[in-house]
Design a protein around this ligand. Structure first.
Ligand code: MG
Length: 457
């Protein structure tokens, strides 16, 4: 049984985010940190991405934790998965100041549990209650926490990833790394160098103004990376989002590798080594399921959000299931032999191993995947939950799945209609076996959405 989503007031799918100075302020971070410090005792690791507002908000988080009696290690700038790794190894919790892929004016906060996963829904609802009621357990003068700083701890994370692969497996391979001025400026090139690769870097200096490209690693933002891959004759290019829990790729011909194709290549490698169960949200492309099934493995779907994937992986392992991989179709992939969170550095390293072992160019591996046709639409609406109910009624006689929103199956083609959760919009994804089938189903769903919106108004 996949986990059910619980609605929260403040936290979205990946923590709290807002525009700095309006919806994201030191006061808010201070209060959330005091609430977290009220729930957890011990030593908390605190880190941040490279945003200009990062230092202010990090200090607010540290103040809140110290005030509630927690000790703090300030880990400085590092990728979210690096902090998650450190928390699992040595802390009783973590606070990451990041807005991930959002534009520079945003910042946010992610709360990390002692096992390195992001805080789940039930605990988050408790945290929100303490935050809104301001019922913190403030420490007396002799119980206030102590703060230390160690900004080199991310090397433990780098060494942990290197240790997952045979020595010098990347010998002779050229890779171009685009950390997008984010925290992976400190980590990904070090990982690949240690694996034996020749590494070229673009946007490789930490900079919260993101002068080279936006934190979202979109095909449009990665044109310079693509040019550099082609002109340097590199095996591939890799780019991260603003906190480096995701990685996306440019192949040897300079083409952006669609994230579901990336997932398919990496999950195939994982299942070939170790067949078992793969966990992913209902929004992930069919190419992943096809590859998983062709490797004597099984797939289980969850609601949309990496935390549901990570927690389902953990609970199935506790039940004795052989869970070999997890991830989302956005370049956020989870390696259970390493840790239970999305890890962009680990994804970059795994691509080196895949290419070294297959001896095929990345472009050829992508071309050999089962072809799929994906269409995406988002529409601004009001009353999005009522619209989802309309769709559930309208399609009640068809083969559907209600894990998150409504998924409709038509033979080898499916569509997902769901409310965004953070904005008043309806998202439609169609994943089809042929272009015609995809276009026809999308057209039908847009017509139904139009009727639903008219009925609601
Ligand atoms: Mg991210």
């Amino acid at each position: 049984m996949p986990p059910q989503k619980i609605s929260k007031k403040l936290f979205g799918t990946n923590g709290v985010r807002g525009v700095v100075g309006t919806s994201m302020t030191p006061e808010l971070v201070l209060s959330i940190a005091q609430a977290f410090g009220t729930m957890r005792k011990g030593c908390i690791g605190v880190g941040r991405d490279t945003r200009t507002s990062g230092e202010t908000l990090k200090k607010a988080a540290i103040a809140g934790l110290l005030a509630t009696g927690c000790d703090v290690v300030d880990c400085g700038i590092l990728p979210t998965p690096a902090l998650q790794y450190l928390v699992r190894e040595k802390f009783e919790g973590g606070v990451m100041i990041t807005a991930s892929h959002n534009p520079p004016e945003y910042n946010g906060i992610k709360i990390i549990e002692p096992d390195g996963t992001e805080m789940g829904d039930e605990e988050t609802v408790r945290l929100e209650q303490i935050h809104f009621s301001r019922s913190y357990s403030t420490a007396t003068w002799d119980k206030v926490g102590k703060e230390t700083t160690d900004t080199s701890l991310y090397w433990q994370y780098i060494r942990a990833i290197i240790g997952q692969f045979p020595n010098s497996i990347g010998n002779g391979m050229t890779v171009v790394v685009d950390p997008g001025s984010g925290p992976a400026c400190l980590t990904t090139h070090e990982i690949l160098l240690a694996m034996g690769c020749r590494v070229i870097t673009i946007n490789g200096a930490t900079d919260g103004t993101f002068p080279g490209r936006l934190p979202e690693p979109s095909p449009e933002g990665l044109k310079k990376l693509a040019d550099l891959v082609v002109s340097s004759g590199a095996a591939f290019g890799v780019a991260h989002d603003g906190d480096a829990d995701r990685a996306v790729f440019i192949d040897d011909t300079g083409r952006f590798v669609e994230e579901n194709a990336e997932f398919a290549l990496i999950v195939r490698y994982a299942c070939q080594q170790n067949p078992g169960v793969v966990i992913t949200p209902v929004s992930t492309g069919m190419v992943v399921e096809k590859v998983v099934r062709s490797e004597r493995s099984d797939i289980i779907y969850t609601p949309v959000g990496s935390i549901y994937v990570a927690r389902t992986m953990r609970s199935l392992i506790e039940q004795g299931k052989k869970v070999v991989f997890g991830g989302e179709g956005n370049g956020g992939l989870i390696y259970p032999g390493h840790q239970f969170c999305r890890d962009g550095g680990m994804t970059a390293a795994t691509m080196v191993a895949i290419l070294a072992e297959s001896k095929l160019p990345l472009s050829e591996m992508v071309n050999k995947l089962p072809p799929r046709f994906i269409f995406k639409e988002k529409t601004a609406v009001t009353g999005e939950m009522k619209i989802i109910e309309y769709f559930k009624n309208h399609y009640s006689r068809e083969v559907t799945d209600q894990t998150d929103g409504l998924k409709i199956y038509r033979g080898d083609t499916w569509a997902l209609i769901r409310a965004s959760g953070t904005e008043p919009i309806i998202r439609i994804i169609v994943d089809a076996d042929t272009e015609t089938n995809g276009k026809n189903l999308l057209l039908e769903l847009k017509e139904q959405l139009h009727i639903a919106v008219q009925e609601m108004s």
